[in-house]
Design a binder for this molecule. Structure first.
Ligand SMILES: [Zn+2]
Length: 172
């Protein structure tokens, strides 16, 4: 897998994300990439709508989850960090991106509205926005991504805690 320089590949992965992403198979996480703090669930309660991973000939680069309501649930910072993006991006719709101290990044897509601005520091659990359906989304949900310091996508599902109190429990 030395066909392209890492930088070019990373850039391609960054641009290609979102629900129904345009990439086929992402690179595996770089060796030794470990987060220094645990990730928390961005929603207080959630059910999984669509898992991370292959979707036909494409690859789903995040985890699609929904809260109790059809939309409007508060979306919280999974970890503390600095807001690197709070803007509209193709496919992602209203996107918040947090850069964490250890170089990991989390992304929160399809938000109905923003509650933070670029450059702002946030603590884990702070409200970033509300669940919505902006961008390439057919229903109101949160598309949540975790990226390593080398901008490789990892499956958020095993990294965020499950919420047993949820009523519609189909947390996979
Ligand atoms: Zn998604």
């Amino acid at each position: 897998m030395r066909v392209l320089p890492t930088v070019a590949v990373s850039l391609f992965l960054i641009i290609g994300g979102g629900c129904g992403p345009r990439i086929h198979v992402p690179l595996p996480p770089e060796p030794g990439a470990r987060a220094s703090e645990p990730f928390a669930s961005p929603l207080d309660f959630y059910t999984v709508l669509s898992p991370f991973g292959r979707r036909g000939s494409r690859y789903h680069t995040g985890l699609d989850i929904r809260g109790r309501r059809g939309g409007g649930d508060p979306v919280r910072a999974s970890r503390s960090g600095v807001i690197a993006r709070a803007q509209v991006m193709s496919g992602y719709g209203n996107l918040v991106e947090i850069r964490h101290d250890d170089g990991f990044t989390t992304r929160y897509a399809h938000l109905r509205r923003f509650r933070v601005r670029k450059g702002q520091k946030v603590k884990a659990g702070e409200v970033l926005g509300e669940v919505g359906a902006t961008g390439r989304a057919t229903t109101e949900h949160l598309h949540f991504e975790i990226l390593t310091p080398g901008y490789r996508f990892v499956d958020p599902a095993p990294l965020i805690p499950r919420r047993p109190a949820t009523e519609k429990k189909r947390v996979t």
